[in-house]
Design a binder for this molecule. Structure first.
Ligand code: GLA
Length: 347
């Protein structure tokens, strides 16, 4: 039985550490932030979807069974509808209104927030009670939207962070098994901030897919399924650029484990050093930073950050800075802390 209306909120995410490890079967340590995307859905009886992106002042309208591709935000809406239908979810006509306070393309995972909010709102509209898709299935469905409808072969990091986030908690996600372990984030007087590099990115057109291909090539050369499984010795014999890419993945996986240790022992100084090391590796070995990002990270360090690094897929987006008590973050930075994961909103 369809309801008359439903709404859902899905947060963006910040990845504390563990970048480009997800599709390589390593660990990452993301959290959902309080900024996100809200989708309000109202049932209609015309077997059509009419969607409005409030901030952009743009609209889209298509028949429920229309599978033609689209560009920009429309690709996400069409992709979510198609993938939900393919997963056997009962769907009907709907008017959708998309809004929120998450900057687009700024590396805070606006894409995943949009997919997740659309999914939850449409499911809530058309299903009474709990959805038959669990959170992992939803994350996979959203990742299919990114790869098959938007053209970005992303991993599951952003979707799982948005769907499974918890207040005051970072998620230790092991992408080899997809086990998720909550780790308390006790910041005390410390602060985490993000600063937009001003450079917009789209994974479909950046070097993101190219990095994935390089990692796949490294796996083929090493005869492993996932790059995070490779041993130090084997990696040393790879040709470039595979050697540097693999080196990053293995070192970054180690840093995630060290960051969890640092959090458990309230050692935020060590966490800061790990953020710096992660950034250096993303810049020098994985080569996903840009001059604008370097300036942004330098500005955070210049302001006295205990650690700073680029976050997300790279080629633009935001940088994260960790500030000790009493040290002022630069003007224009946005304070972030773990907020609740995606949820259906009460009427
Ligand atoms: C993007 C992708 C994620 C992940 C990160 C890099 O955010 O969507 O799946 O690969 O880049 O860690």
């Amino acid at each position: 039985m369809a309801r008359e209306h439903a709404a859902a909120f899905a947060p963006g995410r910040v990845n504390l550490i563990g970048e480009h490890t997800d599709y390589n079967g390593g660990p990452a340590l993301p959290f959902s932030i309080s900024h996100g995307i809200t989708v309000r859905a109202r049932a209609s009886d015309d077997q059509r979807i009419a969607a409005k992106a409030r901030d952009l002042g743009e609209q889209d309208r298509f028949a429920l069974d229309d599978r033609s591709p689209a560009q920009g935000w429309r690709a996400f809406v069409r992709g979510v509808v198609a993938e939900l239908a393919a997963a056997g979810m009962p769907l009907g006509g709907a008017r959708l209104e998309i809004g929120g306070d998450l900057p687009r393309g700024a590396g805070l995972s606006s894409s995943a927030a949009l997919e997740v909010a659309l999914c939850l709102a449409l499911i809530a509209l058309h299903e009474s009670g709990e959805t038959s898709l669990d959170r992992l299935e939803l994350a996979r469905l959203c990742a299919r939207v990114e790869s098959d409808w938007v053209g970005a072969r992303t991993g599951l990091l952003d979707q799982l962070a948005s769907l499974c986030g918890e207040r005051d908690t970072v998620l230790l996600i092991d992408f080899a098994t997809l086990a998720i372990e909550p780790v308390p984030l006790r910041l005390g007087g410390w602060r985490l901030v993000v600063v937009d590099s001003g450079e917009r990115h789209a994974h479909a057109s950046s070097g993101y897919n190219e990095r994935r291909r390089e990692c796949e090539r490294a796996c083929a050369l090493l005869g492993v399924r996932l790059l995070a499984e490779a041993g130090d010795e084997d990696v040393a014999h790879l040709p470039e650029p595979q050697r540097s890419r693999a080196r990053h993945v293995i070192d970054e996986s180690r840093r995630v484990a060290e960051a969890v240790e640092a959090l458990r022992s309230d050692d935020l100084h060590t966490l800061g050093l790990l953020l710096d090391a992660s950034h250096a590796s993303l810049r020098d070995l994985y080569e996903v930073s840009t001059p604008a990002m370097e300036r942004t990270v330098q500005a955070l360090r210049g302001a006295g950050a205990a650690g700073a690094r680029m976050i997300g897929g790279g080629f633009g987006g935001s940088a994260l800075g960790l500030f000790a008590p009493g040290v002022e973050a630069p003007a224009g930075s946005l304070a972030v802390r773990p907020g609740p994961g995606a949820h259906v909103l009460a009427d």
